[in-house]
Ligand binder design. Structure first.
Ligand code: ADP
Length: 761
């Protein structure tokens, strides 16, 4: 009988040692030994294995050499001294505490080591004192580790982080109980400490090697539920049995004959199981409903939540409103009190910008920027699964995260991020805070959130498009305002220019008239005198008179253009043939044409019907066109003037085209040349004289022509392949003019509408 516990102890310690080594291999395979926690833990496992083997040594292997046993016992004492010290350090690192252990721990450790060493050396003799002292110091250290964990648990708010610490706490308690049992003097108790400690260390290993630990609270709740259901069934069966027994006794005591009693008992045998079968499942159902309600709180109907959610967010176009409605609906379904919508815009460099749109609760609206290699961005983009803050804080792949990103997340203080993808692009995320109940998000919650995020995608895309449109509209509105004010400024400048033109031309008129008058008087006075000096003076006076002519034409052009500029062109319309207009327009240029050896030919002009026009102005307009054609066509070139009647849908129109074989006009200048003072190319390179090749003018001729033609409700435009002095592609100035004036046409129209029926002639 004495042999049995020893064999048991030998087996138990050997098995435990194998167990610790197996846990060591597991840790090494799953986590590698890179982190400090992992290395400390590996050392802890190794010391545990050595300790458990040497602890059993003295009692079990007494056939070994005495020195082996002695050495083993010494090792057992040293390792047992190391274990609680390693445990407290491990706990600190597991909890993420940096720096030195607190003072009581340091003192305890010092004391502990002193006791061991002094005891071993025989300085402190007497096991009666030494052993209890060792237990006390050991207990101090272990309680230190446990209280550190308890304090941390109390400080943490995040449920998953708390769960992890709770896990560690349970493991620590098991280790403490297991080690404590080793100190119990009864070997039959001490031996049970071996598996208990191994269990505790196994739990520790689990906490070190995996991050997704089962939620202890819900494991406990589920176990409780199971126990309650088991008890329910037991109670039901017990009641049935009691009823059957009592019923049997009652029947036996009655004065009925045995045949009747047999019948009643047979009926009972049938009825009691029947009632039991009938009651069993409804009772269980009712108990389970109540128990679930008590243990897990009120659940939610996922499909209803989904339906309500999609109904409430569809048709929302404002991002802020979308965030509020979406987060509030989720909040109601999942008992969440804080949340925000994150708008994520991926950048070309692979990073992304994040804007926080608050949905519910106090949310700091700090924008963030994810680096191209950001692990959080990658996880949201690639996995398409909700990402918890716990994952971010615990998983090794997030360790390389940028500190600014981490700070942003801490400030945001969310529990879970659910990515929103549209056409495989990450466009946003639902960020949700902790649950009101303090419970972690369960797998079912995350599934529902994922589906909700999918439903948010379309609404979010629409809202983002709408916002872009709104911003664009704002920008357009702003541009419009700027444009309007620029236009007003231009109008003012234009008015100033017109005023300047009008004033200058009026001011020029008086001195010019005087010069011309005096030059004429001089010519008249000298024309009778016949000497050489007088002839020279006449020549001078004539040249003054010619220069005055030129100046006069310029100031009258300035005056004309200033009138056109303020819409004050007064037209005296008469019926006139286009042929007459063109003949009169060509008249002043006959000698110039001859001089430049150019030909001017009219085609089809005589067939054009008379039009209503201001003769002087119309002649002026065509004269300007012919003048330009002469100026910009090289010597010996051709100018052709074509006429045709255009009969379109409305009133017939007269079209006159002045075509030359000149240098042509570049497309970009074709609109601009009709502006006042606009001249193509550099003004200083033009030659002077209004009929010379490329002769300079004030840049008013076409502006006047346009003003006159538009004053007659006509249109003028130019067609040319481009500017080329070598090839001379030529230009064609088109003029379209109505035959009758607008006033006439309107009069006609009102006459016709007054007639109720055609008048017979
Ligand atoms: P100006 O002739 O006094 O310079 P215009 O208003 O008549 O002013 O013409 C403006 C500009 O248009 C001219 O300077 C010239 O560069 C260009 N232009 C006008 N008519 C022609 C033409 N027939 N061929 C080529 N260029 C022309």
């Amino acid at each position: 009988m004495e042999e049995f516990p020893l064999q048991l102890q030998a087996t138990a310690t050997a098995a435990a040692a194998v167990g610790y080594v197996a846990l060591l291999i597991l840790t090494w395979r799953m986590r590698g030994l890179l982190g400090l926690v992992e290395r400390l833990f590996a050392a802890y496992l190794l010391v545990s294995a050595v300790w458990v083997v040497t602890w059993g040594l003295g009692n079990v292997w007494d056939w070994l050499q005495p020195w082996v046993v002695e050495t083993g016992e010494a090792i057992a004492i040293y390792t047992s001294a190391l274990l609680p010290v390693a445990l407290i350090m491990l706990t600190m690192h597991f909890l993420g505490e940096r720096g030195l252990p607190p003072l009581p721990v340091l003192i305890g450790t010092g004391l502990w080591l002193a006791i061991i060493i002094l005891g071993e050396r025989g300085v402190m003799a007497g096991e009666a004192v030494l052993d209890p002292l060792r237990v006390v110091v050991w207990a101090l250290l272990v309680v230190g580790a446990i209280s550190l964990t308890v304090v941390r648990y109390g400080r943490l708010r995040r449920p998953l982080h708390r769960n992890r610490v709770l896990y560690w706490l349970v493991a620590l308690l098991l280790v403490a109980v297991g080690e404590g049992m080793h100190y119990v003097p009864y070997e039959s108790v001490a031996i049970w400490g071996v598996p208990v400690r191994l269990l505790g260390v196994s739990l520790m290993t689990y906490a070190v090697v995996t991050y997704s630990l089962p939620d202890i609270k819900s494991v406990v709740r589920r176990s409780l539920l199971r126990i309650i259901m088991l008890l329910t069934t037991t109670v039901l069966y017990m009641i049935a049995i009691i009823v059957a027994v009592l019923g049997y006794q009652l029947v036996r005591r009655t004065s009925l004959d045995s045949m009747q009693q047999q019948w009643i008992i047979a009926a009972g045998v049938l009825i009691i199981p029947l009632v039991l079968a009938l009651l069993h499942s409804p009772v269980r159902q009712a108990v389970s409903n109540v128990a679930e309600q008590l243990l897990f709180g009120p659940g939610y109907d996922a499909s209803r939540a989904l339906r309500d959610y999609s109904q409430s967010i569809s048709n929302i176009l404002h991002i802020e409103r979308l965030a509020t409605v979406a987060i509030e609906s989720i909040g109601t379904a999942l008992d969440v009190e804080r949340g925000a919508l994150l708008l994520i815009t991926e950048r070309d460099d692979g990073g992304a910008n994040v804007r926080v749109v608050p949905g519910m609760g106090e949310i700091p609206m700090i924008t963030a920027s994810f680096n191209p290699g950001s692990p959080v961005l990658q996880a949201l983009r690639d996995t398409g699964r909700p990402l918890t803050q716990y994952d971010i804080d615990m998983q090794p792949e997030f360790r390389a995260m940028d500190p600014s990103e981490r700070q942003w997340q801490w400030a945001l203080d969310m529990e879970v991020y659910v990515p929103i993808h549209a056409k495989r692009t990450l466009i946003g995320a639902l960020a949700l805070g902790a649950k009101g109940s303090g419970e972690p998000y369960q797998a079912q919650d995350l599934d529902v959130l994922n589906t909700l995020a999918g439903q948010t995608a379309v609404a979010l895309e629409n809202a983002r498009l709408f916002e872009d449109l709104r911003i664009l509209n704002l920008e357009i509105g702003q541009l419009n305002e700027e444009l309007t004010s620029a236009y007003r400024r231009l109008q003012k400048l234009d008015k100033a220019k017109t005023d300047f033109l009008s004033i200058t031309s009026h001011e020029l008129r008086t001195p010019l008239t005087q010069i011309r008058g005096n030059a004429d008087i001089l010519v008249d006075m000298l024309s009778g005198v016949d000497n050489k000096q007088a002839a020279y003076l006449v020549k001078v006076a004539n040249s003054v008179s010619k220069a005055t002519d030129r100046l006069e034409s310029i100031y009258s052009a300035m005056l004309d253009v200033s009138e056109i500029g303020v819409d004050a062109l007064k037209l005296h319309k008469v019926e006139i043939r286009p042929e007459t207009i063109l003949q009169l327009a060509m008249e002043p240029w006959k000698s110039a044409l001859q001089e430049r050896r150019q030909t001017l030919t009219f085609h089809n002009i005589e067939e054009l019907p008379p039009i209503e026009a201001d003769q002087r102005r119309m002649v002026q307009a065509f004269s300007n066109l012919i003048n330009n054609a002469i100026k910009f066509t090289p010597d010996a070139g051709h100018i052709d003037v074509w006429g045709r009647l255009v009969r379109g849908a409305g009133e017939p129109l007269v079209e006159i085209v002045v075509a030359d074989t000149g240098v042509g006009i570049a497309p970009e200048d074709q609109d601009m040349i009709f502006e006042r003072f606009y001249r193509v190319g550099r003004a200083d390179l033009h030659s002077t004289g209004n009929t010379k090749f490329k002769g300079a003018g004030p840049g008013l001729g076409l502006a006047i022509a346009k003003g006159v033609i538009e004053g007659h409700d006509g249109r003028i435009w130019v067609e040319s392949e481009g500017y080329d002095e070598e090839r001379c592609p030529g230009s064609r100035f088109h003029v379209l003019l109505p035959i009758r004036s607008r006033a006439d046409r309107e009069m006609d129209a009102s006459d016709q509408s007054k007639q109720t029926r055609p008048v017979a002639v």
